[in-house]
Design a protein around this ligand. Structure first.
Ligand code: PEP
Length: 245
């Protein structure tokens, strides 16, 4: 699975350009890989219309309430009308800059699955947690709480391991270290949702993935794909990553 998280980048016009380039390269996209991009809300509708059908769309966040007085927020039913398949939840930028909590992510996971979306739940330790040897404790806690109310069906869930210190920094863990953490996440999924769900759930690696390093991550036995920020903005890089998987 290859997912592009566009963060707060790309207007409608720029999304059309991305889709045009991808459209010219669609023959290079393997039918065995699930592709998605997660544009800002304002470009979700056009993305769904102009992207090749093989590229699904995801939102970068969602509010857990059905509706209400939540200025600036977006609900599941609003996303539903846009043909969205995935919703990224608990991205570290949201946890750090917008005070998202483990419990809030749990409620969003439940609401997203109830609405029929596949949540992409992001977990990851920051630099000081890593240096203190707390990686698995932090990632395990985030995963356990996020899945407390989740469906016991691994097809309805994606988890992304994104070490905070690797996001947008050019630094990455070694593929073996990413594999070890992701194997640990899979064990936590088994504890919370059962062995069947744990064997089905796709767990992605994210953090400074680019065309030159994606293969070494996705070749690890427990790593089912990549969640990519910066390098997913350039359509040529997106295609290059798809071809390197
Ligand atoms: C991300 O935003 O989820 C991400 C992994 O960013 P980058 O690929 O730029 O490190």
């Amino acid at each position: 699975m290859l997912v592009g998280n566009w963060k707060m980048f790309k207007t409608i016009h720029e999304t059309r350009h991305f889709a045009e380039v991808l459209g010219r390269n669609v023959g290079k996209l393997s039918a065995d890989i699930d592709f998605a991009v997660c544009p800002p809300y304002t470009a979700l509708q056009v993305a769904k219309v102009v992207l090749p059908a093989q590229i699904l769309t995801g939102a970068q966040n969602m509010h857990q309430a059905e509706d209400g007085a939540y200025t600036g927020e977006i609900s599941a039913s609003m996303l539903k009308e846009l043909g969205v398949t995935y919703v990224v939840l608990g991205h570290s930028e949201r946890r750090q800059m917008f005070a998202e909590t483990d419990g809030g992510v749990r409620d969003k996971v439940e609401a997203a699955q109830t609405a029929g979306f596949v949540p992409i739940v992001c977990v990851g330790e920051n630099d000081s947690e890593r240096e203190a040897g707390q990686t698995m404790a932090v990632v395990g806690r985030q995963t356990r709480i996020a899945l407390e109310k989740a469906a016991k069906d691994g097809d309805k869930l994606v988890v992304a391991y994104e070490p905070v210190w690797a996001i947008g920094t050019g630094k990455t863990p070694s593929p073996a270290d990413a594999q070890a953490v992701i194997q640990g996440i899979r064990k936590v999924v088994a504890e919370v949702l059962g062995e069947d769900a744990a064997s089905q759930v796709r767990i992605l690696y994210g953090g400074s993935v680019k065309p030159g390093n994606i293969a070494q991550f996705v070749s690890q036995p427990d790593i089912d794909g990549a969640l990519v920020g910066g390098a997913s903005l350039d359509p040529e890089s997106f295609v290059a990553m798809a071809q390197s998987m």
